[in-house]
Design a binder for this molecule. Structure first.
Ligand code: NAD
Length: 257
């Protein structure tokens, strides 16, 4: 258990990729701090599972990271953090001239600004300890665009830039900063964008699945949450200490085109 004694905050970890990463870190002994929304009983069961796995604490802070005060509440409750995974994110699919400005603000706040705020609050301890890991869940959309996703693509390109900047700033403090860029992973975030994509493109559900989502991925398969989690876990290992400022694609070849 190589993460015994380490404390990890994973934002947006009550579901999907974040929960997968929390499970992988807990399985190696990390005390995990979950964040995100969901059914209280289901979250309690997850916390029980995670602390049984890790032999360490597992806690949940349901802070809304669209608000700076929510980020501050999360980081205050978490205490000294060794591993920070900025993962919380949301999507909205709409032509840009119909894109609701409040959706733009919300996506930039959650997918980008929250990562700046968690990082600035976590970094002093990492610098003092001489060890830290920051892992950002970016996206294939940090490298390439798709129509109707203006805010998401802008935020994800932004987090790729933030990753590189922090990597340079922390390089001499035993702390690495990297991002992982999945293609389509079958989670509620993807499932929930199907109705709006059907509307924006005038397609059926099957057409959206095959002609929009899987059309991007040469493998014609969704990426699995566990595959993303395994890479995040590797980035926490000492063998990964010189992997810094990287943007790792897990997209079945999408961005190779
Ligand atoms: P998901 O919808 O399954 O999970 C999102 C998590 O964020 C949940 O725990 C949710 O409660 C939490 N959350 C939502 N709004 C929040 C808020 N205001 N404050 C705090 N937490 C909030 O999504 P996912 O697919 O697992 O996505 C996780 C990350 O991976 C996102 O950043 C997403 O952009 C990125 N990503 C997903 C895919 C994909 O295909 N699913 C691909 C590339 C990147």
């Amino acid at each position: 258990m190589f993460l015994k004694g380490k404390r990890a905050v994973i934002t947006g970890s009550t579901s999907g990729i974040g929960l997968g990463i929390a499970r992988a870190l807990a399985a190696e002994g990390a005390a995990v701090v979950l964040n995100g929304f969901g059914d209280a009983d289901a979250i309690a069961a997850i916390l029980h599972e995670l602390s049984a796995m890790s032999g360490a604490d597992a806690m949940h802070v349901p802070a809304d990271l669209m608000q700076r005060s929510g980020v501050e509440a999360l980081m205050a409750a978490a205490g000294e953090v060794d591993i920070l995974v900025n993962n919380a994110g949301m999507q909205h699919v709409s032509p840009v001239d119909e894109f609701p400005p409040e959706k733009w603000d919300a996506i930039i706040a959650l997918n980008l600004t929250a990562a700046f705020d968690t990082s600035r609050l976590a970094i002093p301890h990492m610098k003092a300890a001489g060890w830290g890991r920051i892992i950002n869940t970016a996206s294939a959309h940090s490298l390439v665009a798709s129509p109707f996703k203006a805010a998401y693509v802008a935020a994800k390109h932004g987090i790729a830039g933030l990753t590189k900047t922090l990597a340079l700033e922390l390089a001499q403090f035993g702390t690495t900063v990297n991002c992982i860029s999945p293609g389509y992973v079958w989670t509620p975030l993807v499932e929930n964008q199907i109705p709006d994509t059907m509307k924006a493109r005038g397609m059926t559900r099957e057409q959206v699945m095959n002609d929009v989502l899987l059309a991007k991925q040469p493998t014609k398969k969704f990426v699995q949450v566990e595959e993303v989690a395994a890479l995040a876990l590797f980035l926490c290992r000492d063998e990964a200490q010189n992997i810094n400022g990287a943007n790792y694609s897990i997209d079945g070849g999408w961005t190779a085109e």
